[in-house]
Design a protein around this ligand. Structure first.
Ligand SMILES: [Zn+2]
Length: 283
């Protein structure tokens, strides 16, 4: 693991450090009424005030290059679009970051990724990207369309407490395992996740235990789909709330409570293990 800090270019002039970078001297400090910040941590609002167009553009490119090379920095305030594809990234930590514009790392391979507590204010795209090692989206917030279409998770995957304000597209994604696990250990978790709109797991493949315990599928105008998904292990939907239709055309051993499920469809795909629907509420 590389050092979890951001912007460590030593300064010749000994400026006082960025509030976030703690004791590291950085090469330029921006003074604001909220404190002193390096370029990475300068709040988005202040960036808009203090930087001109060229400087914003430079920052965008700098951040993009840093991410490609495995950036490790808490709380980055990112302005401008970040579009990256066809790269291999080893270790990335953008936890607590705020991405003001569209963010995309597609068709790539990422080993050990931490986006926990990050906020994606616009479209976030991880389509066709392969995650290995661990991937952490704990408490991440996707304000707009989140795209994980054809993504593969051969990793310890954590989407617990994530909030999808808009369409969560996991179509054709694969959740598999890489390391031998203890019996009963769940590697892919969406525990207590909140899906406000459409949650789409159509044609997904789950070859690991998957845990949706305590999830809220609000589905304000939309639906939840596990249509033609393939479950080879345990899937846990206990204590979930489904606000809209739930489609899952799966032939399966789905436990005793199936007869109480309303507006649910289970034809077609395979559950090789059991499904838990304890204490669920359907309205
Ligand atoms: Zn800083």
């Amino acid at each position: 693991m590389k050092d979890l800090c951001c912007y460590k270019t030593p300064s010749l002039y000994g400026e006082i450090p960025c509030l976030f970078c703690q004791n590291d001297k950085v090469d330029k400090i921006y003074k604001t009424s909220q404190g002193d910040f390096c370029l990475y941590h300068l709040p988005i609002k202040e960036k808009k005030k203090l930087l001109d167009e060229d400087e914003i553009h430079d920052f965008q490119n700098k951040l993009k290059d840093a991410i490609k090379n495995g950036f490790q920095c808490y709380g980055v305030q990112a302005i401008g679009e970040i579009n990256i594809r066809d790269v291999e990234i080893d270790e990335i930590c953008l936890a607590h970051a705020i991405f003001e514009a569209q963010f995309s790392i597609s068709h790539s391979k990422i080993r050990n990724a931490d986006f926990s507590y990050a906020i994606f204010k616009e479209h976030a795209n991880f389509g066709n990207t392969r995650f290995e090692g661990f991937v952490n989206f704990h408490n991440t917030r996707f304000n707009k369309f989140a795209r994980f279409k054809y993504a593969t998770f051969f990793a310890i995957t954590d989407f617990s407490d994530v909030i999808f304000d808009d369409y969560a597209n996991f179509k054709n994604s694969t959740f598999g395992e890489t390391i031998p696990l203890m019996k009963g250990e769940t590697v892919s978790i969406f525990k207590n996740a909140l899906f406000k709109e459409r949650a789409d797991f159509k044609d997904c493949k789950f070859t690991v235990d998957i845990d949706f315990e305590g999830c809220t599928f609000e589905n304000r105008k939309n639906y939840t789909s596990f249509e033609s998904a393939e479950f080879n292990k345990t899937i846990n939907f206990s204590n979930c709330f489904f606000g809209g239709p739930f489609y899952c055309n799966c032939a399966a051993n789905v436990g005793d409570n199936l007869k109480y499920i309303f507006n649910v469809n289970f034809y077609g795909s395979t559950f090789n293990n059991y499904v838990s629907f304890n204490n669920r509420i359907f309205r």
